[in-house]
Structures are given as structure tokens and as C-alpha cells.
Design a protein around this ligand. Structure first.
Ligand code: SF4
Length: 219
């Protein structure tokens, strides 16, 4: 059946955030607003599944509980603490980031995504994620899960660089302006992409935003 229209921003947010409050996973990095811990989780999640990151996140933070201690560590120590996660470039970047923040920014991780994106290993997504998840800034954070959800709901024909731009613009409009709701919204849309609207299968029958979805509403 054809959806009557694209859902309004308010309806989309309400349905999505209501679903997340009932079904969102209780992940360790969702219990903190410590920017260092959030950064560690985001670096680990860049190439690794949640279940695997859960095994290594606490171990790494137990070894290097602060950004300062990570900055002071030797290259080999950091790589050793990263062992089992692979893609060691992430560990090297995180280490470089810690040193840069300690040496040039008084040990304070910036809250603005325009500043975060200048740090080693931080792309546009990670900058938005840290700004939102650590500082509750109203910033979009579009990873592959979020991109897929926005494409399927709002822009099923969006492709290429122009399509990406459009998806980011929509993400900016979707994020609530206030801090805590912005945090919840970004976690919720990411969760929907990971658990319901997945790359492998779109479980539209159980999707909270099906009404009006330009992909699922037609099924
Ligand atoms: S209705 Fe289907 S396609 Fe649309 S967001 Fe939900 S799971 Fe994805």
C-alpha cells in the first residue's frame, strides 16, 4: 500500500523515541557522558560489532582510565590493550588524539563537532556522535545504519554524493534542538538501523516508523 505522505518530523521523532525507550539496548557507553569513554567506544565501534566491543571496552578503560594516562602510555602498551579488536590504526589514532588533546587543548576534549573533526581519526560521523553522546549537543550523527534508515524512510532514491548530502540535511532537521532529546534521538535512530531496519533485512512489520515510510509503507 502506498503511504499517504512522508511522516512529519515530529511524528517520526515521537514514534522512534517511544520505541527506543521500550526496546533500546542497555549498552555500557550509553550509561556515561564522559567524553573520553564515549570516544573510546566510538573508535572501537568504527569497524567492530557491538557484542565484540562490549568485551574490550571495559578492559581498555581499566588499563587507561583517563585520557591523560592514555597520552602518557607507550605505543606498544596501547596496541597491547587493543589486542583482539584488530584494525590497529584506530588504536594509533586514539593514542595520537589523546596526546594532541593533552598537549594542545589542556586535556579537554572539545564539545563542538567542528573542533572534534580536526582530531586524529575523527570523521564527520564520530564528531557528531561525540558531540551528541558526550555533550548532548543537537548534532546529527549519520553512520551507515542511520543513513540507511533515513534513505528508506525519506529519500529512497538518494544515491551518490548528492544523496549523502541530502541525507545529512534531513538528519540535521530531524535531531531535536534540546540536549537530552537529541541524545535519545541519535541513539534511537542508530538502534533502529541496527535492530529493525538492517542492511540484511528490513523488519517493516515490527517497525515503529512504518507509517509513512517511503519504503516499508509500500509493502
Ligand atoms: S518501515 Fe521498513 S524500510 Fe521503513 S524504516 Fe521501518 S524497517 Fe526500514
Amino acid at each position: 500500500m502506498r503511504p499517504k505522505s512522508t511522516p512529519s518530523i515530529l511524528a517520526f521523532r515521537r514514534r522512534l523515541m517511544g520505541w527506543y525507550r521500550r526496546h533500546g539496548r542497555d549498552l555500557p557507553w550509553r550509561r556515561t557522558r564522559d567524553p573520553y569513554a564515549v570516544l573510546v567506544s566510538e573508535f572501537m565501534l568504527q569497524q567492530t560489532q557491538v557484542s565484540r566491543v562490549e568485551q574490550f571496552y571495559h578492559r581498555f578503560l581499566a588499563r587507561f582510565p583517563t585520557l591523560q594516562l592514555l597520552a602518557e602510555a607507550g605505543h606498544g602498551e596501547v596496541r597491547e590493550a587493543w589486542q583482539g579488536l584488530g584494525y590497529y590504526r584506530r588504536a594509533d589514532n586514539l593514542h595520537r588524539l589523546a596526546r594532541e588533546v593533552v598537549e594542545h587543548r589542556d586535556g579537554r576534549i572539545p564539545a563542538e563537532s567542528e573542533e572534534l573533526v580536526r582530531l586524529p581519526g575523527v570523521g564527520r560521523y564520530t564528531a557528531g556522535a561525540v558531540a551528541s553522546f558526550a555533550f548532548e549537543r543537537a548534532e546529527p550523527a549519520v553512520d551507515t545504519n542511520v543513513e540507511r534508515v533515513i534513505r528508506r524512510v525519506f529519500h529512497p532514491r538518494a544515491r551518490g554524493a548528492a544523496g549523502k548530502r541530502r541525507i545529512w540535511e534531513t538528519a540535521e532537521r530531524l535531531v531535536p534542538r534540546a540536549g537530552n532529546p537529541a541524545w535519545t534521538f541519535n541513539q534511537a535512530i542508530m538502534e533502529l538501523g541496527a535492530m529493525v531496519c538492517t542492511a540484511r533485512v528490513a523488519m517493516c512489520e515490527q517497525c515503529p516508523v512504518r507509517k509513512g515510510c517511503r519504503t516499508g509503507g509500500r509493502r
